[in-house]
Design a protein around this ligand. Sequence first.
Ligand SMILES: [Zn+2]
Length: 69
Amino acid sequence: MKTIFVLIAILLIWWVIRTLRSGRSNPSKPQIKNMLSCSYCGLHIPEDEVVQHHNKAYCSKEHAQKDNP
Ligand SMILES: [Zn+2]
């Protein structure tokens, strides 16, 4: 009877370690955004904040206008 409890304890510890490991590695990993550089000033901006103009990336509308007069 004692061996069953030992087995359950080992399984429980193994399960806890496994869930802790998987929980740590998956959601906490920060997403690295694709960075683009401004065609006018060379500033690096995340892809979703880029101002697109004539297939070029700019940090702001002002730089897009300055580069394309
Ligand atoms: Zn710029």
